[in-house]
Ligand binder design. Structure first.
Ligand code: NI
Length: 209
């Protein structure tokens, strides 16, 4: 690895951390706002909403296709060297920690923010590597921009020194959405699977009863 490439990588990590920090603060504000309001208003926190994407079979899917199932959603890209595989591994470990009846109701979802390279087949194969029930979604650049906007996800293309090569800078959060499609919780990078599992179980207990 050239020192120039190392410099670029360090720059990316620092830049990504700052961007993720800003997004995190925005999300924290939103969740604090939500926590201050009544339980019925929690679902109205301004995260999530209608989307149209493409699944691993190349078929169009929308948020309505997931109605009735809570979702765990992570946004990233299959070429990600480090952060995405770590967080998707955490999501899989979390699902395995939850009691079977709870875990089976949850749809784990990976949504790419790199639609240029992440084909339907690529996202399906990638998601399946982490968990047998995890699905991968991609879409047109416009569809991806829209779903990222409604979930307050930051992402940007970053050119690498090698001609035609690039990477993606992106925020790293795992979102828990209710069976009704309402925002329930968000887990920042580094949340241990046991903590995530406990919070998910608490949320779903509350909404199921
Ligand atoms: Ni990543």
């Amino acid at each position: 690895m050239s020192s120039r490439l190392i410099g670029v990588l360090i720059g990316l990590i620092i830049g990504g951390s700052i961007a993720a920090g800003i997004v995190y603060l925005q999300i924290q504000e939103l969740t604090e706002e939500a926590a201050g309001s009544s339980a019925t208003q929690l679902g109205e926190a301004d995260i999530g909403g209608a989307f149209e994407l493409v699944d691993g079979a190349g078929k169009t899917v929308t948020d309505a296709d997931f109605a009735g199932r809570p979702m765990l959603i992570y946004f990233g890209f299959t070429w990600c060297p480090d952060i995405c595989p770590t967080e998707l591994g955490v999501m899989a470990a979390t699902l395995d920690m939850l009691p079977e009846p709870v875990a089976e109701t949850i749809q784990p979802v990976f949504i790419t923010i790199d639609p240029e390279r992440d084909t339907p087949e690529a996202v399906a194969d990638y998601a399946g590597m982490f968990h047998p029930r995890m699905i991968g979604l991609t879409g047109s650049p416009e569809q991806i921009r829209h779903v990222a906007d409604v979930y307050k996800v930051y992402y940007a293309k970053v050119d690498l020194p090698d001609a035609d090569d690039y990477t993606m800078d992106h925020s790293s959060f795992t979102y828990l959405m209710s069976a009704e499609g309402d925002f329930l919780d968000v887990f920042p990078y580094g949340t241990p699977p046991a903590d995530m599992a406990a919070r998910i179980a608490a949320h779903l207990d509350r909404t199921d009863s």
